[in-house]
Design a protein around this ligand. Structure first.
Ligand SMILES: [Zn+2]
Length: 89
């Protein structure tokens, strides 16, 4: 896979910290599945990871707006695959 930024380098699978700002707070996932360019160092995240993050962030924003915060449970043993089930609204 070619680098989206420099169009020269190639991505290698790696783990990279994923940062997201949510309601004035920074959320950090230290071991997100990602790709890093071997030339310019550009980092891209896997589609499946971003899709899951989108869902989690969406859910967290929902919870926050109601005033009751339920932390999303993350198991350290499930670094490679998070199991999230979509709730119907
Ligand atoms: Zn690059």
């Amino acid at each position: 896979m070619k680098c989206q930024q420099c169009q020269i380098g190639r991505y290698h699978t790696t783990k990279a910290p994923f940062l997201h700002k949510l309601n004035g707070q920074i959320m950090v996932l230290p071991d997100a599945p990602a790709f890093t360019c071997d030339i310019c160092g550009h980092t891209a995240y896997t589609d499946s990871f971003l899709h899951r993050m989108e869902f989690l962030i969406d859910r967290m924003e929902d919870v926050d707006s109601t005033g009751s915060y339920k932390p999303v449970k993350l198991s350290p043993n499930e670094k490679t695959g998070w199991q999230t089930t979509r709730r119907s609204r």
